[in-house]
Ligand binder design. Sequence first.
Ligand code: PRT
Ligand code: ZN
Length: 225
Amino acid sequence: MSDSNRLRIAIQKSGRLSDDSIALLKAIGVKLQIRDRLLIAHATNLPIDLLRVRDDDIPGLVMDGVVDLGFIGENELEEKMLERQASGKKFEFKTLRRLDYGGCRLSIAVPNEFNYQGVQSLEGKKVATTYPFLLERFFKENNVNASAVMLTGSVEVAPRAGVADAICDLVSTGATLEANGLQEEEEIFQSKAVLIQRAGELPEAKAQLVSRFLPRIDGVMQAKE
Ligand code: PRT
Ligand code: ZN
């Protein structure tokens, strides 16, 4: 990370966005040699370094200008934006492209036996989630007095464990909800992966590299349609 002339890109090290993000970089002509354990990967044909981190860290790395670009889910990006806004930290960035992978929705789900009659049924309830800021925004917009219980994992078991009355979690196929006896009731956010850039101007050479990539990304996405 020491050479500031190299374009720095943050990607998820290992998770649902990793393979698609790497495949996209390869498809637009970035040759990569990734060693599993390493935090940094260098492109072999272009002045690009990949920083391989947890997805939770990517919005902050871009917003603090530590990296130039990042591949991230909009759910995580929006949550971190709200979190930083609440604590007075800067949260600027530019969205360069909305991508065609990582699609999911953030939804509130309740146990099958919960007699759900609309958002007011959540009044006074505890809702377990990894996205407290997005959830609290939803409560506020809907005038519901409910509380978000923060869990970093196993959110779907919270009602059975007696930790919460409902959950707010990411859903793609719905199989996890079904397997846990939960019913999806409110979709509060729709998400896809996005490519974001730090605020401010990039140095000329980096800006040129990025502007060469964007039409290639469009081409790769169009070819898949
Ligand atoms: O270790 P690290 O912090 O980097 O990874 P992570 O565990 O936080 O994230 P990861 O890899 O699970 O997800 C990364 C991103 O992928 C998310 O932030 C979303 O933008 C996107 N994504 C897309 C999803 C899903 N689909 C998804 N289905 N992320 C999580 N899920 C989980 C969900 O939380 C639930 O447990 O899958 C389960 C539900 O899936 P279905 O198909 O049963 O509905
Ligand atoms: Zn994460």
